[in-house]
Write a protein that binds this ligand. Structure first.
Ligand code: OAD
Length: 246
């Protein structure tokens, strides 16, 4: 098992601004499938069919069924130690931002407060046309859901080809640039703009750490790569950080 270097713990003790950025890997130990890698969601289905407006317009029933299935998974899992430690770290720093690509909302369930959800949240729905928000409980047995304006209701998530929520993204950029330590956890670092955040942090002078089971396109440019499970490494980081140094 890889060691937690003193250098990281020393830095954690000397900074005020921490940003953590997460991807599907942080929820993997809760039982939420990741998108890429062995057994990943995109091995079995096409992102174009399941996660684009075109795909939704072509077959809304299929896309709805899949999101309802994901909502069911999400309702039956709990945050893991990785989510919990991230929520705990938020309390230990003057300025803390969590930027996540995940739509499962597990960070908030674990107690994280300052969370920027780049790709939306599966527990919310909205009208495709007027953007009116709707409750998570959509009963497909009554047929496809429609808004009062006549538009189709869809999950409030970001699909391929769509822009990210502007204010959320702007805040993610600002906080990333201001960060002194940036920790990226459980993302394949392929999907933009999330994938560019560690580089942005590094250019602004932050010390950048990556936690992942395997190396990614980001690994070569980070200051520290910790290989392993986030649900094991994050608690060890918190333990070291919490040790009395007197
Ligand atoms: P991916 O599925 O692409 O990558 C998950 C990453 O987590 C991989 O690099 C794994 O090695 C790593 N991983 C798996 N289990 C882990 C664990 N226990 N501890 C640490 N790392 C682990 O997920 P994302 O990078 O989040 O977008 O995917 C980005 C976006 O692509 C998603 O938000 C989604 C998807 O298409 C949309 O749907 C718009």
């Amino acid at each position: 098992m890889c060691q937690i270097p003193d250098e990281l713990i020393k830095r954690m003790r000397n900074i005020r601004r921490l940003v953590i950025s997460t991807g599907a890997g942080v929820s993997a130990e809760s039982g939420v499938p990741t998108f890429r890698g062995d057994g990943g969601v995109w091995d079995k289905m096409s992102p174009h069919e399941m996660a684009s407006v075109d795909g939704f317009m072509k077959n809304p029933e299929l896309v709805w069924q899949w999101y309802q299935h994901r909502l069911e998974i999400r309702d039956n899992v709990k945050p893991n130690r990785g989510h919990e430690v991230i929520a705990e770290l938020e309390k230990r720093f003057d300025y803390f931002t969590l930027i996540t690509q995940n739509i499962d909302g597990l960070h908030t369930v674990a107690g994280s407060i300052n969370v920027l959800e780049l790709h939306g949240n599966i527990t919310r729905n909205k009208c495709l046309d007027c953007q009116e928000m709707y409750e998570p409980e959509i009963d497909l047995s009554d047929g496809l859901p429609y808004c009062e304006c006549g538009g189709m209701i869809r999950p409030d998530v970001v699909w391929f080809g769509e822009s990210l929520p502007e204010t959320v993204l702007e805040k993610a950029f600002t906080d990333t640039e201001a960060s002194e330590l940036f920790i990226s956890v459980g993302t394949s670092a392929i999907v933009q703009p999330a994938a560019s955040l560690p580089l942005m942090a590094s250019r602004s002078g932050a010390y950048v750490v990556e936690i992942n089971l395997e190396s990614t396109p980001m690994t070569a440019s980070v200051d520290l790569f910790l290989q392993g499970k986030s649900g094991e490494l994050l608690p060890r980081i918190l333990d070291e950080f919490s040790k009395n140094t007197d």
